[in-house]
Write a protein that binds this ligand. Structure first.
Ligand SMILES: [Zn+2]
Length: 69
């Protein structure tokens, strides 16, 4: 997977987010404002962490459900 880009809500600068920092709070490289945590790649959740993820994530979430049977 590759890095992703998060646009600063304060100044509009596109900030490159390394894959290992995905989902963490960061700061804009231009104006130092806090950046919202973002995910650019699918996250695999289970019934144990799904509700906690939704409760703590500030942005929109697209969920795909599947089962092995
Ligand atoms: Zn900024």
């Amino acid at each position: 997977m590759s890095d992703c880009t998060v646009t600063c809500p304060s100044c509009g600068t596109a900030n490159r987010i390394p894959i290992d920092k995905e989902g963490k709070n960061g700061r804009c490289g231009n104006c130092q404002s806090p950046l919202p945590p973002s995910y650019c790649h699918p996250q695999q959740l289970t019934d144990k962490d799904f509700h906690e993820f939704l409760a703590n994530y500030p942005g929109p979430v697209l969920a795909e459900f599947w089962a092995p049977w």
